[in-house]
Design a protein around this ligand. Structure first.
Ligand code: PLP
Length: 462
């Protein structure tokens, strides 16, 4: 039989749609998607026939049904869902960076119906969107004023465009960073319309390089924090206070893009990261940072600094395009309140996780391991490991931690089984074993984690 003769076995789309399996297991899939998957399944089957594979009516239909079932599985995997983060990476960009504080979650829920985004309920008068949140941010960072946009990338873009469209902004060659997810500083400059005036070298840039570069077309100086890599050895650059002094001398604003949004020094846990209040105190005209990194809030871009410059940003027509919604504002408000009340270490998950000792994490690992049920094919141990901050913050950070290590016959398959239970567990694979660092698994999630791991072990039996 030539391959084309098998074509008559290709099932009709509506026949597959009515098949028992599709009607039961895939009953929740939207019809339009089902039709599309079945069509592409038929197309694939046709291709297989052309490639010489033999089918009969039954196997062709099974092929198409399987294709639809797999498409549905991928669709389910893509659906936004709760994930237990057992990677030990605290700010995991693929997992949405910072976990919100309980209070912030409550506020988001409260704001999701009608909410007074632009009104004071005491006098019924209109006020500016996020006016109170901005005030609280100014208080927390000791800045004169605050503007809020969608993320730090938007903050950089808006600042460059508003201060420097068609003009030069001085930047050290050591700070032309790529943050990831398509954020590369030279491209941000290009899109903003500001001209990048590169100075110095990769490893050394001096204050005099900045001074020499200043001319009548200079609109600003920008310092960009190397938030996801580090330089060592023969390295020099002026600090923010020196840049501020230079900027003031020439009446040029200094933009400090610190990204990570650290509010308090982290030296107590051995991490060095610039803080927002320090940048403000040093006199930066505007300081930019993300809401969902070390600040521990929702995705947002915060711009804090001098009134003159923040006002200018607020008036930009781009501001309307970059503003955040009421739900984000609610989460930001609750998170900034927690910081202001001095309760950040107690209430913000990221900071709680960061400050736990290895011993505490280890105890959690032990308590989980005691309740696991698995076959003799597996060896489960609690081991020492290292957690990292991740998410473009505190590069090279190493926090002593502990993990559950599962050594067994099919590492990839076990990791996949862990992802497939509900809620899915994201682990890492190291040296032929699956590792779960419990620094990023909160005490309240432990019960679920035990069940999830046991379900994954069970799935391995079948
Ligand atoms: C993370 C980061 C950004 C991008 O922030 P998003 O909020 O992800 O847009 C920009 N600049 C620096 C220095 C950063 O660390």
């Amino acid at each position: 039989m030539s391959s084309k003769e098998f074509f008559r076995f290709l099932p009709a789309v509506d026949v597959v749609l009515r098949s028992n399996f599709i009607a039961s297991a895939l009953k929740d899939a939207p019809r339009a998607q089902l039709v599309e998957w079945i069509r592409s399944g038929v197309e694939r089957c046709r291709q297989e026939m052309l490639d010489g594979r033999e089918f009969d009516a039954g196997s062709a239909e099974t092929f198409v049904v399987e294709h639809a079932r797999n498409s549905w599985r991928f669709e389910q995997g893509a659906r936004q869902q709760t994930v237990i983060n057992a990677t030990g990476i605290l700010l995991h960009t693929n997992l949405g960076r910072a976990c919100l504080a309980e209070r912030a979650i409550k506020q988001m829920v409260a704001a999701s119906g009608y909410a007074n985004v632009e009104m004071n309920m005491t006098n019924g008068k209109r006020n500016k969107r996020g006016e109170r949140v901005c005030r609280l941010f100014s208080m927390l960072t000791r800045a004169e004023d605050t503007a809020i946009v969608n993320n730090c990338a938007a903050a950089t873009m808006l600042t460059l465009q508003t201060f420097a469209k068609g003009k030069e902004v001085i930047i050290s060659r050591g700070q032309l960073v790529e943050i990831g997810g398509g954020y590369r500083l030279p491209e941000v400059f290009a899109a903003s319309g500001a001209i990048m005036k590169e100075i110095g070298t990769t490893n050394r840039t001096y204050l005099r390089d900045y001074e020499t570069a200043i001319n009548e077309n200079t609109a600003a100086i920008i310092r960009v924090h190397r938030s996801n890599f580090f330089q060592g050895g023969f390295v020099t650059e002026p600090d923010i206070a020196e840049l501020v002094a230079l900027g003031q001398k020439h009446d040029i604003p200094v933009i400090d893009d610190i990204g990570s949004g650290c509010m308090q020094s982290l030296v107590d846990i051995g991490l060095e990261e610039p803080t927002v209040p320090d940048s403000v105190k040093a006199g930066a005209d505007v300081t930019l940072f993300s809401g969902d990194k070390l600040f521990g809030g929702p995705q947002a871009g915060l711009i804090v600094g001098k009134t003159k410059w923040i006002e200018m940003l607020r008036k930009s027509p781009m501001m309307r395009a970059l503003r955040v919604d009421k739900v984000t504002l609610a989460a930001l408000e609750a998170t900034v309140e927690i910081h202001l009340q001095g309760k950040a270490s107690d209430e913000i998950p990221l900071l709680q996780m960061m400050h736990e000792t290895r011993e505490q994490v280890k105890q959690r690992c032990e308590s989980v391991v005691q309740r696991l049920q698995y076959s003799a094919d597996f060896v489960v141990q609690v081991i020492d490991t290292i957690s990292e901050i991740g998410g473009g913050s505190v590069p090279g950070s190493q926090i002593e931690s502990a993990a559950i290590q599962v050594h067994g016959p099919a590492t990839e398959k076990f990791a996949s089984a862990l992802r497939s239970v509900s809620p899915g567990v994201l682990a890492t694979i190291r040296e032929d074993s699956v590792r779960m660092d419990l620094r990023t698994v909160r005490p309240a999630e432990v019960e679920q984690l035990v069940q999830c791991i046991n379900s994954a072990f069970e799935a391995m039996e079948n």
